[in-house]
Design a protein around this ligand. Structure first.
Ligand code: CP
Length: 305
């Protein structure tokens, strides 16, 4: 198996997902220096802690090297007016893989059209965040031991959240999954996602009341209200804190259910929840490292099972 670019969740099928997950399992157990001599460029036009550091850590752990700009809007020649396309053409001379986070939906696809080296979409505006979705699904598999038949609540800002968009596409590849989209009416998930789920006969419900389903779900996937995507502070404040997970609410979940969050969190999961066995969000970040190691290997060369 080999990947050319990683651009969107729709490009994966169940077989490829299983292969990525088994490779991630293997990379947890053994040292692998197969990226020695390769260079990864992390080109980030939006802020990041996990995605950038975990990709960089993944590359270094695999024996490769990293060149990086963590604020490309300010510290790359984008500040002088260089187009994304020209930056990609130039970085093709310096790196074997480009990990790109951009503020515009579709930016990674634009980059892939002209790039001779693999492009990995590390989040494109309100578009997708496929590597996050891969690590989310891997977390579900690792923590619950299954994906088929899982009941999951995707909670919060479903209008702007790219992680839930990518995750919904991946969940749609598994049988008997049930998705509860839990959000205020104004922050509902996009019609494109619902159309995709309808097409693949995946059951879903849109609701506003999280408490009404709290004891029915296997996974509570909480998300941040995305302040940076609102047109005003006033508009953001209307929704800030609209779903808050505290110990009292978490304890109403099924005993084996888990709480996930792509992070960063603001106030939507209280710190008191962190000590509960259901809290899986920091493990989720750890699983991200393994998934990103697997992806770096797969875009670089053919990997046999
Ligand atoms: N989950 C996620 O994408 O986190 P960062 O924005 O810190 O990369």
């Amino acid at each position: 198996m080999k990947l050319k670019h990683v651009l969107e969740s729709q490009q994966f099928d169940q077989k490829l997902l299983s292969q990525i997950f088994s490779l991630a399992d293997k990379l947890e157990k053994k040292t692998d220096q197969s990226m020695k001599g390769k260079i990864m460029a992390s080109l980030f036009y939006e802020p990041s802690t996990r995605t950038r550091f975990s990709f960089e850590s993944a590359m270094l752990r695999l024996g490769g090297s990293v060149i990086t700009t963590e604020n490309a809007r300010e510290f790359s020649s984008a500040a002088k007016g260089e187009t994304l396309e020209d930056s990609i053409r130039v970085i093709n001379n310096y790196a074997d893989i480009i990990v790109l986070r951009h503020y515009e939906k579709g930016a990674s696809e634009r980059a892939a059209l002209i790039s001779k080296v693999p492009i990995i979409n590390a989040g494109d505006g309100t578009g997708q965040h496929p590597t996050q979705a891969l690590l989310d699904l891997y977390t579900i598999k690792r923590e619950l031991g299954k994906i088929v038949g899982v009941k999951i609540a995707l909670v919060g800002d479903l209008k702007h959240g790219r992680t839930i968009r990518s995750l919904a596409y991946l969940l749609g590849k598994y049988e008997k999954v049930k998705i509860y989209f839990v959000s205020p009416l104004e922050l509902k998930v996009g019609d494109d996602i619902k159309e995709h789920l309808d097409k693949h006969h995946i059951a879903y419900e849109e609701i506003e009341d999280l408490e009404s389903i709290i004891n029915k779900i296997d996974v509570l996937y909480q998300t941040r209200i995305q302040k940076e995507r609102f047109t005003s502070e006033q508009e953001y404040k209307k929704f800030k804190g609209c779903y808050q997970i505290d110990v009292k609410l978490a304890k109403r979940m099924r005993p084996n259910a888990i709480i996930m969050h792509p992070l960063p969190r603001v106030d939507e999961i209280l710190e008191e929840v962190d000590a509960l066995p259901q809290a899986a969000y920091f493990k989720q970040a750890r699983y991200g490292l393994l998934i990103r190691m697997a992806l770096l290997k797969l875009v670089s060369r053919k990997v046999t099972d």
